[in-house]
Structures are given as structure tokens and as C-alpha cells.
Design a protein around this ligand. Structure first.
Ligand code: URA
Length: 436
């Protein structure tokens, strides 16, 4: 058997690792025997040299084996989940899970925290006062059975290897790797005990995959692995060349989601993507056509059934629904900075990663592993691609409790916008569906 040093060296030099070598690294890191610096070197070697399909499968297998696989067979009904590769303003899970549950399927969702410039569903949910995402397996199953959905963080039991690797990748610039994203997402999803899975593969300047060809490769790998494990799986390539919806942060994203769920506002891209992905989940579970399933999801949104399910889930997980019903009761951020346009014209492009990074700087995400986030911090992206803007008009609003230099924040957000004198068009939202 090679030593850890030799395994890292072999991958660094482009070698193909055996199942045992991969298992040695993953189990050593999970147990704490293998230090962060060796795991960082291993991850960086994978980042540069990639992995064969057999290596990716071995990595997924070792990661799943680092914890338990939840057995949901005693809970009646089809169980399905959705996972996104990460974006800016991506609040779709907050809407999709309750709508899908309102349509009769069970949604056991295990989500992540913010990663790099992208937000995480767990951080967003934890901005709801009292909301608990750390659940024991027994509680997770009880809530799923009673409410029809549960939204939790990874526990110590489910894929603990990914929990550690995910946090390490976040601070070692090793996120944007097809084998590492595939193994991170698929290990979690395969350990959840689901029957069907929908993957939202983000593409664009705010995604980890910048090119459609890379996103397609990632989607195909994940769909193939899902099938291999007997899960009905479909993936969508969706646009991330601008934030989804208008709000980027945590509590502000929860409020935008509630507004759509309760019918208070219609945010076009958020609504369209939510209904498509929810419809796909339903269709995979029931066998009904995609168009009928999307329309069923639309009815559950319009009737308020999805909103009622959201409230039920918040209550079951200890959240204070008074804040959901009256969001104005939430403590507002101390500083509100308006960002106005220096020119008139049409928004042509938005540097979405920059918006995400600025939100992190305002306190909505983490610069260091384990850092506390400020739930009230974030950015309202008032103007989006295709919008007409007058000189001096507000294009974005930044909110924070931090003592930031206002002019720096204004400059940063302004420089994320590219304007054009000519009319511009919205970039595509739903680009491709990939299924076995
Ligand atoms: N989401 C995950 O769970 N893992 C990744 O690596 C990227 C996005």
C-alpha cells in the first residue's frame, strides 16, 4: 500500500488511483488522521489532473461509506430532491421543496452552506429566527413523514467526509473541479434515501462552470451516476450570467421567496425555474408528462398550498413563523447604500461573481471557514439585463451591519454592471435538459 505522500504524488503526476488508495485518503481525512495540509494537496492535484470515471465512482463510494445511508423505506410515497451546483441569488430550493410536497411527493432535502461567492440554502434558512437545520436522523425522518418535506444541513452521520472536504475546498480554491463537484453532490444525494433527483447545473459568470461544454460534461456524469445507483435522475443547464431574482443574501432571499410563494409578487425567472424543476421532480416520481407536472406545480403555487407547506415546515423545524408572516418585524441592517448608475442606457451584462463576492464582503457569506454570517446583509439587484436605466437611477441597494467604506461598495457594484446604448436582451434561463 502506498503512503499518503505517495498517493498525493501519484495523482499530482497524473496517475490513476486505485479504489483502495482513494478509500485510504477519504477515511484518513474523515477520522482526522490525515491533516488538512495533505488533503489540500490531494484536492489541488485532483483539481489539476482530474479523475477517471472509475476514480470518481470510487471517491463517491468512499465518501458515502464515511457515514450512514438513510433508509426511508418505512415512509410511504415517492421521495425526490433537487440540488444546484451553486449560484448567486439561487433561492429555488426554498420554493420548490414546499411546492413539490404540496403536490404529494416527499422531499428529504440535505443542503449546503455558502461556498465561495455562492449562497447556501442552509444559511438562508438559518436566517429565520429559531429555525434548526441540525437534525438527528430520527427527527429528520419524523418531520419528513409528518410534513412531507424536511430541509436540513448535513449531519455528522450523512457523508461526514463531504462536510470536511467541502469546507476545505471553500478556502483552498479547489471548488471548480468536475470530479470534486460530482462526488460532493452525488455522495450526499445518494445517501439521502431518495428515489428521484433533479440537478440544476448553473452555467455562466456567476457559476462554477463558466462554459456550457463543461456544464454539460458535469451534468452527464452526474446523471450517469444517478442511474447507476438506481435513481431516476435528470439535469438542467440553467443560466447564471446574472443573479436569480433580485435579492442576493440570506434573509432578503427568504423574503423574496415568501413573496413569490404567497402570491405577493411574481419574480419571472425565479417562478419559471421553480416550476420547471418542481415539474421535473413530479414527473420523475409519477411518470406523468413534464407539461402536466409543471402545470400541477403552478396550481400548487397559485392556490397558496406551497406557501402553507413552507409555513408548516418552518414551524416543524423550530422557526418563528411570525417573521414569515410579517417580514417587516425582522431587524433591519444598520446601513443601506444606494448604488446609482452614472450613465443612461440598457443593462447589457452583470459580473455575477462580483455581486456574489460583494455580498460576502457585506457579511452575507464567509471569507474564512466557520465565520459567522450577518443574515440581514445582502444586495438588492434592482436592475437586471435588458432593463432600461436612466442616469442617476438606483441599480442596486447594499445592506450591511459592517463598517464598510460606502464608496468602495458603490464602486464595486457599479463596476459589475456593463451598460449599452442599444437595447439588450435577457440571457437564456433554461438551456438544456439532460436525462439518461
Ligand atoms: N454543491 C455541493 O454540494 N458541492 C459542490 O462541490 C458544489 C456545489
Amino acid at each position: 500500500m502506498l503512503t499518503t505522500y505517495e498517493i498525493i504524488r501519484k495523482k499530482r503526476d497524473g496517475g490513476v488511483l486505485s479504489e483502495n488508495e482513494i478509500a485510504e485518503i477519504v477515511s484518513g481525512y474523515t477520522s482526522g488522521e490525515l491533516p488538512d495540509y495533505q488533503m489540500s494537496a490531494f484536492l489541488m492535484s485532483v483539481f489539476f489532473k482530474g479523475m477517471s470515471d472509475a476514480e470518481i465512482l470510487a471517491l463517491i463510494h468512499s465518501m458515502i461509506s464515511s457515514g450512514v445511508t438513510v433508509d426511508l423505506s418505512d415512509i410511504p410515497g415517492s421521495k425526490a430532491d433537487k440540488h444546484s451546483t451553486g449560484g448567486v441569488g439561487d433561492k429555488i430550493s426554498l420554493l420548490l421543496a414546499p411546492i413539490a410536497a404540496a403536490c404529494g411527493i416527499k422531499v428529504p432535502m440535505v443542503s449546503g452552506r455558502g461556498l465561495g461567492h455562492t449562497g447556501g440554502t442552509v444559511d438562508k434558512l438559518e436566517s429565520i429566527p429559531g429555525f434548526r437545520t441540525a437534525l438527528s436522523t430520527a427527527e429528520y425522518k419524523r418531520i419528513l413523514n409528518d410534513v412531507g418535506l424536511v430541509m436540513s444541513a448535513q449531519s455528522d452521520d450523512i457523508v461526514p467526509a463531504d462536510r470536511k472536504m467541502y469546507a476545505l475546498r471553500d478556502v483552498t480554491a479547489t471548488i471548480e473541479s468536475i470530479p470534486l463537484i460530482t462526488s460532493s453532490i452525488m455522495s450526499k444525494k445518494l445517501a439521502e434515501g431518495i428515489d428521484a433527483l433533479v440537478l440544476d447545473i448553473k452555467v455562466g459568470n456567476g457559476a462554477f462552470m463558466k462554459k456550457v461544454s463543461d456544464a454539460r460534461l458535469l451534468a452527464r456524469k452526474m446523471v450517469k451516476i444517478g442511474k447507476l445507483y438506481g435513481k431516476k435522475t435528470a439535469a438542467y443547464l440553467t443560466g447564471m450570467n446574472q443573479p436569480l431574482g433580485h435579492e442576493v443574501g440570506n434573509w432578503n432571499e427568504v423574503v423574496e421567496s415568501i413573496d413569490v410563494l404567497s402570491g405577493k409578487s411574481k419574480v419571472r425567472d425565479v417562478t419559471e425555474l421553480t416550476l420547471k424543476l418542481t415539474g421535473e421532480m413530479l414527473s420523475l416520481c409519477t411518470g406523468e408528462s413534464l407539461s402536466r407536472s409543471v402545470s400541477k406545480a403552478g396550481k400548487a403555487l397559485a392556490s397558496g398550498a406551497g406557501y402553507e407547506k413552507f409555513l408548516e415546515m418552518v414551524r416543524a423545524q423550530g422557526g418563528d413563523v411570525a417573521f414569515i408572516q410579517n417580514p417587516e418585524k425582522y431587524p433591519a441592517a444598520r446601513r443601506v447604500v444606494d448604488v446609482s448608475s452614472l450613465e443612461s442606457g440598457y443593462v447589457k451584462a452583470i459580473d455575477t461573481r462580483k455581486i456574489g463576492m460583494t455580498a460576502v464582503r457585506l457579511g452575507a457569506g464567509r471569507m474564512k471557514a466557520g465565520e459567522q454570517i450577518d443574515p440581514a446583509a445582502g444586495i438588492r439587484v434592482q436592475m437586471k439585463i435588458g432593463d432600461r436605466v436612466a442616469r442617476g437611477e438606483v441599480i442596486a441597494i447594499a445592506r450591511t451591519n459592517r463598517d464598510v467604506v460606502e464608496n468602495e461598495i458603490i464602486e464595486e457594484i457599479r463596476s459589475a454592471y456593463v451598460m449599452s446604448a442599444k437595447k439588450t436582451v435577457q440571457p437564456p434561463l433554461i438551456m438544456e435538459r439532460i436525462a439518461p
